[in-house]
Ligand binder design. Structure first.
Ligand code: 4AD
Length: 571
């Protein structure tokens, strides 16, 4: 019989075989693995020669081998026991399942008629027998009692299933996200216990309306907090069932209602503007173009121009409309389609415009905080949120450039084509800001985060802004400054862009010419200046950005029902 090899340095007890090219590491393991009449050759390391082991080392190794054998037996016994236990468990479960099929639940006609209710309306129905329908949000077994947390969009309800109702086949195989009808008595919670709404349903009858899969295809296997962001995006329809995602959407709805309330109080009328348009507002580079019965058309970038036409007909107006931007921005604050809250006000000046924007925002926040349900949503999503103090800081564009330079916030140097200039080591060259520079997102964010409260940046150079903006009266020289403002919020950056509009027809024609725009498709916009012009101004607020600020979300993508960004239009 060939001798078994052991190399105490390079050998291995896990991958070795005892052959000369695959020695074991320890003599004890070699003895444990080999036949009783085996012979052994050991060496300290590859530089030494193989020798037979001494009698004493062989004796010691045999003792070691006995220990290893004992361990092996013990592990084997344990494995057998656990397999038996598992088998028993499975058998018990199978038996239970078989038994459960015999249990048929029927609603007891002798009990009081159950009142059908949504979860959110249950408080006045305590002590009554009620019927609710919804999705199984959470599921917990405690001994023979089943606890279900049911969700129906109006709230969450804890339901307790015990006795026969917890023993049916449907009860034993119930899965998360299944839809069920639960009937039972609604009871206030005993002292010291907590559950949503402060009550629980003691179920006496229930049935499945639509069962969700278990096993591989179970809901929690498809989405969970650790899922990859692109999977979460593909499964947005499932993700939004979660508590955080649905709370954001709920707050969004409350926020839009609050804005509408505030506008109504200010006598500003809601209008609905078209999505399909044939004019641009914010520059041709971000237009989604489409074929409209053979004519070129676009998805709207902003409803502003239409709102302006409403002033003589309806007075001050606002709209909540989707805006579309075909920009290749993958930042956390850009969407390709976003909800745009825009308003237009007649016979105001620039100072009044900024005061109005501030009022609308603060009154909306106050109204949300005054409502206990929405205040609770804000607390849940953004526990340290505080309503911003008024008045908001106002900082002119020129002062902002100086502020950036004082704080050492630089910008990438650009060549004539707008590409970043790199130094010899390939690093982007950073330079100080100068009047005329666009304040880029990164610098703007740094500035807002340092200032730590809302800031109105105002008076941007005309060359950085859209064609319709009114010049600051008397502005002349190298840079013409406009009556424009961006409202910046900590953590998000710009949430509102607004300005006074050109009221004078001549000035507007000059603006069309400067931007190389053909005035003819804008005849209806120009007519505003012809038939009774007025000083007016307005603004657009990004709903998702406002919500990202209010709910402290990392990205606007979390603040949209089905967000669209470059490459993503699914689901
Ligand atoms: O600054 P913007 O481009 O201004 C306008 O469109 C004006 N015509 C609005 C008006 O005066 N009626 O956009 C206004 C706001 C921004 O401050 C930002 O909050 C949001 O719209 N916004 C976007 N939000 C998400 N994704 C994008 N790609 C956005 N672009 C603008």
């Amino acid at each position: 019989m060939a001798p078994i090899h052991i190399d105490e340095t390079t050998g291995s007890d896990t991958t070795g075989t005892g052959a000369p090219d695959a020695p074991y590491q320890t003599l004890a393991y070699a003895v444990f693995k080999s036949a009783t009449d085996a012979t052994f050759l050991t060496r300290k390391d590859a530089s030494a020669t193989y020798d037979e082991p001494t009698q004493s080392s062989l004796k010691k190794a045999k003792k070691g081998a006995e220990g290893l054998e004992k361990k092996r037996k013990k592990a084997e016994e344990l494995a057998e026991k656990s397999a038996a236990a598992k088998g028993e468990e499975r058998e018990k479960r199978d038996r239970q399942l078989e038994e459960s099929k015999k249990i048929v639940l029927e609603e007891d006609p002798a009990l009081a008629t159950a009142i059908k209710s949504k979860i959110g309306s249950l408080v006045p129905l305590r002590t009554k027998r009620v019927r609710v329908r919804g999705w199984v949000h959470r599921l917990r077994d405690q001994k023979d009692i089943k606890f279900i947390v049911l969700r129906d969009g109006t709230g969450y309800l804890q339901a307790v299933l015990s006795g026969k109702v917890a023993q049916t086949y449907d009860a034993l195989t119930l899965t998360l996200e299944s839809t069920v009808e639960l009937v039972g008595q609604l009871q206030a919670l005993p002292e010291g216990k907590t559950a949503p709404g402060g009550h629980e349903l003691i179920v006496d009858y229930w049935k499945i309306l639509g069962s969700a899969p278990g096993g591989e295809d179970a809901f929690t296997n498809r989405v969970n907090e650790k899922s990859d962001p692109s999977i979460q995006a593909d499964l947005r329809h499932l993700v939004m069932r979660g508590e955080t995602a649905s709370s954001i959407l709920r707050l969004r709805a409350a926020m839009l209602s609050a804005f509408r309330e505030v506008y109504a109080r200010h006598n500003i009328l809601e209008v609905n503007t078209p999505c399909l348009v044939q004019t641009q507002v914010e520059g041709g580079a971000t237009l989604f173009k489409l074929d409209y019965y053979g004519q070129p058309a676009f998805l709207t970038q902003s409803s502003q121009l239409y709102l302006e036409t409403c002033l003589p007909a309806l007075g001050d107006v606002f709209c909540v409309q989707e805006s579309f931007r075909a920009e290749n921005s993958h930042t956390r604050r850009h969407l390709s389609e976003y909800t745009h809250l825009e308003a237009e006000l007649a016979f105001i000046d620039f100072d009044e415009l900024m005061t109005h924007i501030e009022a609308v925002i603060c009154e909306t926040v106050d109204s949300l905080l005054a409502n206990p349900a929405t205040a609770a949503l804000i607390k849940q999503l953004n526990p340290t949120f505080e309503a911003p103090a008024r008045p908001f800081l106002r900082l002119s564009y020129v002062d902002a450039i100086a502020w950036l330079n004082e704080h050492g916030i630089t910008r990438p140097e650009e060549d004539a084509e707008g590409n970043a200039v790199k130094d010899e080591s390939g690093q982007v060259k950073m330079v100080a800001h100068a009047v005329g520079d666009d304040i880029a997102e990164a610098a703007e964010r740094q500035m807002t985060d340092i200032i730590g409260k809302p800031v109105f940046l105002h008076g941007f150079p005309a060359e950085l802004k859209a064609f319709y903006m009114k010049k600051i009266p008397g502005s002349s020289g190298k840079h013409l400054f406009t009556e424009s403002c961006d409202l910046l919020m900590p953590n998000v950056g710009e949430i509102v862009g607004g300005s006074m509009r050109i009221a004078d027809a001549e000035e507007l024609f000059a603006a069309y010419a400067r931007e190389g725009m053909d005035p003819s498709p804008y005849y209806w916009f120009t007519d505003q200046r012809k038939y009774g012009t007025c000083e007016h101004g307005g603004y657009g607020l990004g709903v998702e950005r406002f919500l990202a600020w209010l709910a402290n979300r990392f990205t606007v993508r979390e603040c949209s029902l089905y967000p669209r960004w470059p490459g993503r239009a699914t689901p």
